[in-house]
Design a protein around this ligand. Structure first.
Ligand SMILES: CCCCCCCC/C=C\C/C=C/C(=O)SCCNC(=O)CCNC(=O)[C@H](O)C(C)(C)COP(=O)(O)OP(=O)(O)OC[C@H]1O[C@@H](n2cnc3c(N)ncnc32)[C@H](O)[C@@H]1OP(=O)(O)O
Length: 720
C-alpha cells in the first residue's frame, strides 16, 4: 500500500492503492511506518511522498466512513510528517484531494506537475476537511481563498495553487526526478519555517468581512445545505483560536457533520452516481463487455429549442453536426439561436472567440435529410408526436448507413413504437435530454425490447463525452423521469383547484430544498409540452380532451393546465405561464393576478370550495406520488435500481443531492410511514391511480425491520 525505498540520501514513500490512492487503513499505516523508518535512518536526509498510478491521492477512503475507524488517524500520520526534522516533500500529480491535500499540507514542501489539481471536496460529501485541513489551508494561503475552496469543494489547477501559495513549485518532466532534485536542494535547511502549525493565518485582519460575505453567498446558493456553513465556521476558528484549539474545534464540527443525515445522503450519492455508469441489460450485456460504435460525425433533426441545445452539446466537444430542419426559415432561426448561445458563453468567459468560431464551423445546416447518409449517429429532436417521429425514422431507415445509431429525443413515447417504423429496431435508442439541453447534466438513455447492446454502449459513451450523467432505463410511457414527474404535475394541478396557488406550492417545495418548485419547472420546460403529451395520449385512445373533461382514463382530470395553454401562457418562453416574467425568455418569476383569478374562477366553475392546504400536505402530495411511481418503476424493471432513479432526480429535476433523491428520502422517512400516508391519500382520492400503493412498497413496508436501499430489488420478485 506504501512502498518504501531509498535513492541515495532520500527516502521515497510511494502510495500504491489503485485506482485513486484513497487513504485506506493500510495506506495510513504504510505512511506512518515509512516516515518513522526514514526519521530513524541516519543515512536519510530528506523524504518524498508520491503517488503511484494516475494520481497522488483522492483523499480518505469513503468506503471506510460507515465503519469504526481503525489504524493510525490521518492527523497523527500528518503530525509525524510535520515533526520530522528531515525535509518532507509532497510530489503531486493527478488529483490531490481531501485527506490527500491534508497529507501534502503536513509535508514541508509541495511540488506538482502542471496538470495536477488540488482541492477539498469534502463539502460535497457533507463533511469538512477533518484532518487539520480547515486549520492549515488558511495558514498556507489567504483565509478568503481557504473559505472559498473549502466551502465549494472546487478543484484548483496547479498554476492557480502556486499563485495561492499552496504549492512551492511547478515542475516539468519526470515528477520523481524533479522531486529528488528539489529534495536535494532543501536538504539540511531548517524545516521549522515550513511547519504550517507554527504559522499565523493569512488575512486574519479581514476575517469578519470575508466570513460574512462567504456566509451570505453560501446561504443564497445552497439553501438548507449544512456542510458549507459549518466549513466556514471551522475556517473562521483557525483565525480566532491557537492551532491546537482550532484542531479541537474542527474535530467537534467534523463529528457533527459526519453523523448528519445529509452526510449519509451525499455518501450514498457519491457511489450511486458511479454505480449508474455500470449499466447492464437483461440479456447480460453490460458496460464491461460491450464496445460502443465509434462516432465521428453526427446529425440532429429539428432546430427547435431541444435540437439547438443538443447540437450545442455535440459541437462543444468537437463533433461535426449536420443540422436538419424542414424549411430554411426554421433552420436559419435555429442556427442563429445556436450562435447566440455560443456568443453568450464567450461573453461569460466560458469559451474563447476562437473556440466559438471553431464550433460554428462544424455545423452543416440543411433542409435535405439525405445529407445524413454517412453520419455515425443521428439524434431526432422534433416535437412530441408519434406519427411525425415514426415518419422520420422510416426515412432514416432508408437514408442512414447500416452501422448508424438512430436516437430519438422523445421524453415520453415508447421507443418500441418509434423503432417499429424501421427495419432495424436494434439501432434505435432513446436519448432523452432535459431542457435546456446544453445546460442540464442528465441524459436518460432508453432501450427498447430490440435495442442492441452496442447502441446502448454508444449512447452511454456519448453521454460521457458530452459531459452528461447518463442513466440507462427500459422503455415505457414517460420512462423514469417524466413518468414520476407527471404525477407531481397532476397532483399540483389538483391542489390548485382545491385551494393552493402556484407560489404556495413552489415555496413549500423550495423550502424543502428543491432549487425551483414544480410550477416554475413547468414554466421552464414549457406548458405546451405537457399539453401536447396529454392530448397525444388522449388522441391515441380516441378521446378528445376539452374544458368539460372531468375524468380521463377513469381518473380525476384537472383542466387548469389546459386553460393556461389555451391563453398562450406557455411558460418562460412566452414571458407568461404559471407566473409572469420580465420578458419572453425571462427568468424572474412574478406572481400574476391573471393566474390567481383564473385558478379561483376555475375552482368556482368546478363547484369546489377552496381550502387552505398545509405545508405537510403539499410536500406529501408532491413527493409521495412520485415515490410510489418510483417503486412501480422498480417493480417493472424500468429502472434497474433505486440509485438510478435518484441520480435522475438530482440531475434532471435538481432534487437536493444532500437529501439523497426521492427514493433515498423515502428510506429516511421510513417506508412504513410513506406507505401509510400513500394509503391515506388513496382512501381520500380514490380517482387518482397514482395513489394506488405499489406492491413493492407494500412488501418493503411490511418487512420486520427496515430494508437497506441496496437490498430493495431482492423484494421485487418475492411473493410476500
Ligand atoms: C467515524 C468514521 C471515521 C472516518 C474517518 C475519516 C477520516 C477523515 C479525516 C479527514 C477528512 C478527510 C476526508 C476526505 O478526504 S473525504 C474524500 C475527499 N475526496 C473526494 O471526495 C474525492 C472523491 N473522488 C473523486 O472526486 C474522483 O473519484 C476522482 C477525481 C479522484 C477521480 O475521478 P475519476 O477518474 O472519474 O474516477 P471515479 O470517480 O470513477 O473513481 C474511480 C473509483 O475510485 C473510487 N473512489 C474515488 N475516490 C474515492 C475515495 N476517496 N474513497 C473511496 N473510493 C474512491 C470510486 O468510487 C470509483 O470506484 P467505483 O465506485 O468502484 O467505480
Amino acid at each position: 500500500m506504501v512502498d518504501y525505498r531509498t535513492q541515495g540520501q532520500i527516502a521515497i514513500l510511494e502510495v500504491n492503492n489503485p485506482p485513486v490512492n484513497a487513504l485506506s487503513i493500510h495506506v495510513r499505516k504504510g505512511l506512518d511506518d515509512g516516515i518513522s523508518r526514514a526519521v530513524r535512518d541516519p543515512s536519510v536526509k530528506a523524504v518524498i511522498v508520491i503517488g503511484k498510478g494516475r494520481t497522488f491521492s483522492s483523499g480518505a477512503d469513503i468506503k471506510e466512513f460507515n465503519k469504526p475507524q481503525e489504524g493510525p488517524r490521518l492527523t497523527m500520520v500528518g503530525k509525524k510528517l510535520e515533526e520530522s526534522d528531515k525535509p518532507v516533500v509532497a510530489a503531486i500529480h493527478g488529483t490531490c484531494l481531501g485527506g490527500g491535500l491534508e497529507i501534502a499540507l503536513f509535508c514541508h514542501y509541495r511540488i506538482a506537475v502542471k496538470s495536477a489539481r488540488v482541492g477539498f471536496p469534502e463539502v460535497l460529501l457533507g463533511i469538512l476537511p477533518g484532518a487539520a485541513g480547515t486549520q492549515r489551508l488558511p495558514r498556507v494561503t489567504d483565509v478568503a481563498v481557504a473559505m472559498e475552496m473549502i466551502s465549494t469543494g472546487k478543484h484548483v489547477p496547479a498554476p492557480k495553487a502556486l499563485e495561492y501559495g499552496i504549492l512551492d513549485k511547478i515542475v516539468q518532466g519526470d515528477l520523481l526526478e524533479e522531486a529528488v532534485k528539489f529534495a536535494k536542494s532543501v536538504m539540511g535547511k531548517p524545516v521549522q519555517p515550513c511547519r504550517l502549525s507554527d504559522q499565523p493565518v493569512k488575512g486574519a485582519d479581514r476575517l469578519v468581512q470575508v466570513f460574512d460575505a462567504a456566509m451570505r453567498q453560501v446561504k443564497q446558493r445552497q439553501r438548507g445545505f449544512m456542510a458549507p456553513v459549518v466549513c466556514l465556521k471551522a475556517v473562521r476558528s483557525a483565525a480566532e483560536l491557537p492551532y491546537n484549539e482550532g484542531l479541537l474545534r474542527e474535530n467537534t464540527l467534523f463529528t457533527e457533520l459526519m453523523s448528519s443525515s445529509q452526510c449519509a445522503a451525499l455518501r450514498y450519492a457519491f457511489f450511486a452516481e458511479r454505480a449508474a455508469q455500470r449499466w447492464q441489460l437483461p440479456s447480460g450485456a453490460s458496460a464491461a463487455n460491450t464496445k460502443p460504435v465509434p462516432v465521428k460525425s453526427t446529425g440532429v433533426i429539428g432546430a427547435g429549442t431541444m435540437g439547438q441545445g443538443i447540437a450545442i452539446c455535440l459541437l462543444r466537444v468537437d463533433y461535426p453536426v449536420i443540422l436538419v430542419e424542414q424549411n430554411q426559415k426554421l433552420l436559419d432561426k435555429g442556427v442563429e439561436m445556436i450562435q447566440l448561445a455560443f456568443k453568450d458563453a464567450v461573453r461569460r468567459k466560458l469559451m474563447t472567440e476562437d473556440a466559438m468560431r471553431h464550433c460554428m464551423s462544424n455545423i452543416s445546416p440543411t433542409v435535405d435529410m439525405q445529407q445524413l447518409a454517412n453520419v455515425d449517429l443521428v439524434i431526432e429532436a422534433v416535437y412530441e408526436n408519434v406519427a411525425l417521429k415514426q415518419d422520420i425514422f422510416r426515412k432514416l431507415d432508408v437514408i442512414c448507413k447500416p452501422s448508424a445509431v438512430l436516437c430519438t429525443n422523445t421524453s415520453t413515447i415508447s421507443i418500441d413504437i418509434i423503432a417499429s417504423a424501421t427495419k432495424r429496431p436494434g439501432s434505435v435508442v432513446g436519448t432523452h435530454f432535459f431542457a435546456p439541453a446544453h445546460i442540464m447534466r442528465l441524459l436518460e438513455n432508453v432501450y427498447s425490447k430490440d435495442t442492441s447492446a452496442q447502441a446502448v454502449a454508444t449512447v452511454m459513451d456519448l453521454g460521457k463525452k458530452i459531459g452528461k450523467v447518463s442513466v440507462l432505463v427500459k422503455t415505457c410511457h414517460g420512462f423514469v423521469a417524466n413518468r414520476m414527474f407527471h404525477h407531481q404535475g397532476q397532483e399540483a394541478a389538483l391542489m390548485l383547484e382545491e385551494g393552493a396557488l402556484p407560489e404556495h406550492i413552489d415555496k413549500v417545495m423550495e423550502d424543502f430544498g428543491m432549487s425551483i418548485g414544480p410550477m416554475k419547472v413547468s414554466d421552464l420546460s414549457g406548458v405546451d409540452i405537457g399539453w401536447r403529451i396529454r392530448h397525444e395520449v388522449a388522441k391515441m385512445e380516441g378521446v378528445e380532451l376539452t374544458s368539460q373533461t372531468r375524468f380521463f382514463r377513469g381518473e380525476r382530470y384537472c383542466t387548469l393546465p389546459d386553460k393556461l395553454y389555451e391563453l398562450g401562457r406557455l411558460g418562460r418562453k412566452t414571458g407568461k405561464g404559471w407566473y409572469r416574467y420580465e420578458k419572453p425568455g425571462g427568468r424572474v418569476a412574478m406572481v400574476d393576478d391573471e393566474v390567481t383569478n383564473l385558478i379561483k374562477k376555475h375552482s368556482a366553475e368546478m363547484g369546489i370550495e377552496r381550502r387552505g392546504i398545509s405545508t405537510q400536505e403539499i410536500q406529501e402530495r408532491i413527493l409521495y406520488p412520485a415515490i410510489n411511481e418510483g417503486f412501480r418503476i422498480l417493480e417493472e424493471g424500468v429502472a434497474a435500481k433505486p440509485e438510478d432513479i435518484d441520480v435522475i432526480w438530482w440531475y434532471g429535476f435538481s432534487f437536493p443531492r444532500y437529501m439523497g433523491g426521492p427514493m433515498f428520502h423515502a428510506s429516511q422517512v421510513g417506508l412504513s410511514k410513506v406507505y401509510e400516508r400513500i394509503c391515506y391519500y388513496h382512501q381520500n382520492f380514490p380517482y387518482s391511480s397514482h395513489w394506488v400503493p405499489s406492491d413493492l412498497l407494500r412488501k418493503l413496508a411490511s418487512a420486520p425491520s427496515p430494508v437497506p436501499i441496496s437490498q430493495w430489488m431482492s423484494y421485487s420478485q418475492s411473493k410476500l
